[in-house]
Design a protein around this ligand. Structure first.
Ligand code: PEP
Length: 255
């Protein structure tokens, strides 16, 4: 099996002022200073990116944007571009989070444009996919993943996707406290890896990191991470407190 370094990612959504974000980041950096086996990312609100980049210099924590617009600059009030994220200190960017799809009209087509921009600017994209509760109940999980991956990655060749990270985030498990079982998550991750292999070949499929997201907590992180196709976690609620997120990051060191 390919050597995939786990990525433990925190999505702070619309939480924390600049001071709160910097304090939490410093606290987290202290707690995870020994976590050499994993990569760590925090995606704070845009307003906190640059001050957090200063606070996190020489720590193990990388920064991510929660979204980006596909044009580099222009008359697009309220949007933030790839070069802006880079200049604010980002290494990663989350794309196609279900809240963006649900509340802000994002589609697989706009996800595809954002992804192209992220890759053009050397940002590591964390592309979120996942089914809603009614889609799962109607046994449409795999066809939803087929469409999100097929349309989201349209026009790319394998070489361009070497840094891509996928995040399987069943919408019914986000912020609900209902985690997918480790078996449900593994089934979806295995499916996604096979899909990538079919479209882009074995090398990319084996090196691709697939994160699980949906109510990951200190108490379930180790079981989820024990699954062969889980290569990390995308964590919302439990990433807001340094104490709980550091326990997730250090999942393999807990008793
Ligand atoms: C998320 O925002 O991507 C997420 C998985 O949230 P939570 O961990 O709160 O379910």
């Amino acid at each position: 099996m390919a050597d995939r370094k786990p990525l433990m990612a925190g999505n702070w959504k619309m939480h924390k002022t600049v001071d709160e974000a910097v304090d939490a980041a410093r606290n987290l950096a202290d707690r995870v200073s020994g976590a050499s086996g994993v990569e760590i990312m925090i995606a704070p609100p845009f307003t906190a990116l640059a001050p957090m980049a200063d606070a996190l210099q020489n720590t193990r924590i990388g920064l991510g944007g929660q979204n980006l617009f596909w044009e580099d600059e222009g008359a697009y009030t309220g949007e933030v571009s790839g070069p802006m994220l880079k200049s604010a200190g980002c290494r990663y960017v989350i794309i196609g989070h279900s809240e963006r799809r649900q509340y802000f009209g994002e589609t697989d087509e706009t996800v595809n444009k954002r992804l192209k921009s992220a890759i053009r600017h050397g940002l590591i994209p964390v592309l979120c996919v996942g089914e809603t509760e009614s889609e799962r109940e109607a046994e449409k999980t795999f066809s939803v993943l087929d469409k999100q991956v097929g349309d989201g990655l349209k026009g790319f060749v394998a070489d361009e996707l070497k840094t891509l990270v996928l995040a399987y985030e069943p919408v019914w498990a986000i912020g609900t406290g209902k985690t997918a079982t480790a078996d449900q998550a593994q089934e979806a991750h295995k499916y996604l890896r096979a899909l990538i292999e079919k479209k882009f070949g074995k090398d990319l499929a084996e090196s691709l990191r697939i994160l699980y997201g949906g109510s990951v907590k200190p108490g379930n992180a180790a079981e989820l991470m024990g699954m062969p196709d889980l290569d990390g976690a995308l964590v919302g609620g439990a990433s807001l407190e340094a104490a709980s997120f550091s326990e997730i990051v250090l999942y393999d060191q807990n008793p």
